[in-house]
Design a protein around this ligand. Structure first.
Ligand SMILES: [Zn+2]
Length: 136
C-alpha cells in the first residue's frame, strides 16, 4: 500500500511520456534514495513548472559501468549508480533536451544539495544532471 502511494505520487511528478519506464527506474533505487528522489522531483517541479523532468538513469550494473568507462563516457569505475544510490536527470522544454549550460541545472543542483545529495555539477568533470547519495 505504501509502495503504491509512493508510485502514484511519483507518477504525478515526472512527465508522462513513458511513465512505466520512469517508475521502473525509480524502483531500482535503494529505498532511502527513492524517498530523497521523490522529494527532489517534487521540489524541482515546483521550482521549474515550465520544464519537463525525466529520470535518465538510476541503477547501473557494474558491467555497464565498466563499458561506459571503456568508452570514456564516465571517469570512474566506481559509481554510486552501481549501488542504486544515484540518478541522472534531464530537462525537456518544447520537446528538446536541454544541455547543462542552458537549463537551470545550477538551481537544481542547489535543491539536491539542500536534500543532502552530492551534485555532479560541483565535480571537476562536471555532470550537471547527476545526483548521488552522500553517506553521513
Ligand atoms: Zn550519473
Amino acid at each position: 500500500m505504501k509502495k503504491l502511494l509512493i508510485i502514484l505520487i511519483f507518477l504525478n511528478l515526472v512527465s508522462s511520456a513513458y511513465p512505466e519506464s520512469q517508475e521502473s527506474k525509480l524502483s531500482k533505487l535503494q529505498p532511502k534514495m527513492m524517498v530523497i528522489t521523490i522529494h527532489f522531483l517534487a521540489q524541482a517541479k515546483k521550482a521549474f513548472p515550465k520544464y519537463k523532468l525525466f529520470l535518465a538513469e538510476t541503477y547501473r550494473t557494474q558491467k555497464r559501468q565498466d563499458y561506459l568507462y571503456g568508452k570514456k563516457r564516465t571517469w570512474t569505475k566506481h559509481s554510486k549508480h552501481t549501488q542504486g544510490l544515484a540518478f541522472d536527470i534531464y530537462f525537456v522544454k518544447k520537446g528538446r533536451i536541454l544541455e547543462g549550460n542552458e537549463a537551470p541545472y545550477k538551481e537544481l543542483g542547489q535543491i539536491g544539495k539542500d536534500l543532502g545529495l552530492t551534485w555532479g555539477g560541483d565535480w571537476k568533470v562536471r555532470d550537471y544532471g547527476h545526483f548521488e547519495y552522500k553517506e553521513k
